[in-house]
Design a protein around this ligand. Sequence first.
Ligand SMILES: Cc1cc2nc3c(=O)[nH]c(=O)nc-3n(C[C@H](O)[C@H](O)[C@H](O)COP(=O)(O)OP(=O)(O)OC[C@H]3O[C@@H](n4cnc5c(N)ncnc54)[C@H](O)[C@@H]3O)c2cc1C
Length: 413
Amino acid sequence: MLGAGVVGTTSAWYLARAGHQVTVVDRQAQAGMETSYANGGQISVSHAEPWANPHVFSRLRRWLGREDAPLLWRWRADPAQLAWGLRFLGECLPGATRRNMAAIVALSLYSRQQLGQLRSELDLHYDQLTRGILHVYTDPQEFAAASEAARLMAGFGVDRQTVDVERCLEIEPALADARHLLVGGDYTAADESGDAHLFTRALASRAGAAGVGFRHGLSVDKLAVAGRRVAGVVASSAAGPELLTADAYVVALGSYSPRLLKPLGMRLPVYPAKGYSATLQLLDGGRAPTVSITDDERKLVFSRLGNRLRIAGTAEFNGYNLELNEVRCQALIQRTRQLFPRLEIDGPPEFWCGLRPATPSNRPLIGATRYDNLWLNTGHGTLGWTMACGSAAALTALIAGRRPDVDFPFLKC
Ligand SMILES: Cc1cc2nc3c(=O)[nH]c(=O)nc-3n(C[C@H](O)[C@H](O)[C@H](O)COP(=O)(O)OP(=O)(O)OC[C@H]3O[C@@H](n4cnc5c(N)ncnc54)[C@H](O)[C@@H]3O)c2cc1C
């Protein structure tokens, strides 16, 4: 297993449970240290609307030229960025959006159910809350469009209920001071939240105890191939290079998956979409929300993680750049202060950014490749935490030659 993010770690667990002997390789010192480290924490089937949709152009026009824009495209002399952008445009057609949404909802529903089973089976604790997700709107037009999306989602089996402002405040009283901003919301009671990093660490520890090997501090440099098979992984650490061999290989390197596969002539449509988060330590609960919230206007999510509040979101297409932009960091805090002016926090915010492995369709790449013993589980974009358990369970079925229990366009060789 190449990669110990939430996707690689869940894959390792499901494969080991199916009887495979698994070794996970990752360049970091422990599991879940890159994009799975400080994300928005939402298990959000209700968030399955892909970025590529017919409404995206009017939104982009509104945000044009703003350094704190929820979605920011920085042009680079990068053919991969251009190719990704062109494919993205194709996915904005209504038919493509509908197809993508159906696939993402199916996998996310399956994944949420798998996560619930795993949590009770292993008694996992990761600051989880099963209080649903409330999506709030401050723009009447966006709220109207949301009712349309809710109807569409209902057809796919998501119980996302349109609610008025009073009901929003009943669901989450901590929003009371923002009443004047809100025009409505929608609530998905079955959605959840929790710390993806804590989950990944907890599962890695259980996997280790069950016999999964973890090789941390080892960078995967390239794949050696012989005909239609991968013959080994060339990896390196401070001790020097080494060749690792196995019967089969799974690539779960998040945004870095395309870099490994490009020399093999495989051009994965995965591009890094940088997002930010701020984690606030609360003073005894600090009048913070306990229901996870999505703020439609700024495309931010707010998740209560124990005695912390995580604010996360925004997307910036700027290559593999991981610098923290102060304007974008402060935009998270300003919006938090607008929605929760009486929030009581202890100490400065912890800012972070990570690279979502985004595909133009928002659909992850799961399944076989043209190499007989090479499999992919990558490209989960905005919903990697939501889709991790389902993707891992489905990959395990595919490797066993079985049809997964979910209807999704898996990769075929
Ligand atoms: C701001 C933000 C908010 C988000 N909010 C949510 C949310 O609320 N809900 C949700 O479902 N999703 C959310 N996401 C998306 C989610 O975090 C990602 O989809 C998910 O973490 C991707 O997991 P991964 O395992 O594929 O990638 P990663 O977590 O990045 O794991 C890849 C692993 O591969 C390793 N690696 C990479 N290259 C190499 C190499 N060459 N050699 C060795 N090791 C290597 C890395 O060290 C890493 O551990 C959010 C993302 C961001 C950025």
